[in-house]
Design a protein around this ligand. Structure first.
Ligand SMILES: [Zn+2]
Ligand SMILES: [Zn+2]
Length: 397
């Protein structure tokens, strides 16, 4: 049996060690100037500036802010796509860090600044290791992960017509709650599909002391919130994970006025195709019938969101081998939990085989989408090594 060539491992470790002191500054710069979905203009230009002068071919943007570049290795071989998301969240930054957001109300609360930095690091590393590289790499800096389906829109706009269809695609997401620097994933479903729903309940308002003259939407809304909880506990297959959360409830202006209307909104999460059909239909039926029982009118708007993230089993094995070679087996957990969060990298994994890996930020690290969150600089070089190794090690599988 042919011995695999692993000479790239040492070359990679040396290059990352050389580059790693400069990476936190890049991350802090991105963190200080966060931009929300499809507005990542400054972010995109910074990435272009940092990658200029390397052996990379930088393509024109398809959606205004995306940065897509390709790297041709010294010998022919497979094409691997690496992706990072670019957008920040509409929320305040209360991290208290010297590099905290300079824009009030916008914050890199999901760590996409860290993802971009790691992909910049991988692009610099791999372009400087071109002689060790067989095949091609596509580096994809993608706008609008947070609800804007940037990955889906890039595919629809012809991403792969411009770059060629890759043989595999990989991405990292920093993850609080997991041990620092450990890569966590699983074959098959890693993250859920996600939809949103909005319910408008209309009654007849009136004096709080004269309910007999009203049709009270508050009581109807309360009944509906409770009944919706029975969909998962009593109807959905208990062997399949799913979530239904009502997250907002708004109505009324004073303690002695029964309002005209109440608004509810929430999210559903599930893994199977039927989940979407089930929740859309049953929420609709419950809204109509429970509201009718309370003599009010309920209308539902159900908005379909991302499809589930499904990792290819063979590709998870590719990742395991590459990470074990470059970082050691203590940095790998290939049988981790699945999560009810959603990620639009799902659309890329629907088009080509690959895997999403979660990079542990630390077990007690502040949660994603919190004002206190800030990416962990200590794992950046691990991420760069992992991403680069998925490319360099790919041909060995
Ligand atoms: Zn997020
Ligand atoms: Zn995210």
């Amino acid at each position: 049996m042919k011995q695999h060539d692993t000479s790239w491992v040492k070359a990679l470790q040396d290059k990352v060690a050389e580059l790693s002191p400069s990476l936190p500054d890049i991350r802090h710069e991105l963190h200080s100037y966060p931009e929300t979905a499809y507005k990542e203009k400054r972010t995109g230009s910074l990435i272009r500036d940092l990658l200029a002068g390397e052996d990379l071919r930088i393509l024109d943007p398809l959606l205004g802010t995306d940065v897509v570049c390709t790297l041709q290795g010294a010998a022919p071989g497979p094409t691997v796509l690496l992706r990072a998301d670019m957008d920040a969240l509409s929320m305040n930054d209360e991290s208290g860090k010297p590099w905290r957001s300079l824009t009030t109300g916008i914050h890199h609360g999901c760590g996409h600044d860290g993802h971009m930095t790691m992909l910049i690091g991988a692009a610099l590393t791999l372009s400087r290791l071109r002689k060790n590289l067989r095949g091609r790499v596509i580096f994809l800096f993608q706008p609008a992960e947070e609800g804007g389906a940037g990955a889906k829109r890039l595919l629809e706009a012809g991403l792969f017509q411009n770059t060629g269809t890759p043989d595999a695609a990989f991405a990292l997401h920093g993850w609080p709650g997991l041990p620092e620097g450990v890569l966590h994933t699983r074959p098959g479903h890693l993250m859920a599909a996600q939809d949103r729903f909005f319910i408008h309940i209309r009654g007849t308002g009136g004096h709080g002391a004269m309910p007999q003259l009203t049709r009270d939407p508050v009581v109807a809304a309360s009944a509906l919130v409770m009944e919706l909880q029975s969909l998962i506990s009593r109807e959905y297959d208990p062997r399949r994970p799913a979530v239904l959360s009502v997250c907002t409830i708004h109505g009324g202006t004073a303690e002695n006025i029964i309002p005209e209307s109440v608004e509810l909104s929430g999210t559903t999460r599930y893994f199977d195709e039927e989940g979407r059909y089930f929740f859309r239909n049953r929420i609709e039926e419950m809204t109509t019938s429970i509201c009718r029982a309370h003599r009010v009118e309920g209308t539902l708007k159900y908005v379909e969101g991302y499809i589930p993230v499904v990792n290819d089993s063979a590709m998870v094995d590719v990742c395991r081998k590459a990470v074990e070679l470059s970082l050691g087996s203590a940095c790998w957990n290939g049988r981790g939990d699945m999560y009810m969060t959603a990620e639009d990298f799902a659309y890329i994994l629907d088009a080509v085989p690959g895997a999403l890996l979660l990079l542990g930020l630390g077990e007690t690290w502040p949660g994603l989408h919190t004002p206190q969150f800030d990416f962990n600089d200590r794992v950046i070089d691990r991420g760069v090594t992992a991403l680069s190794s998925l490319v360099l090690g790919f041909r060995e599988m």
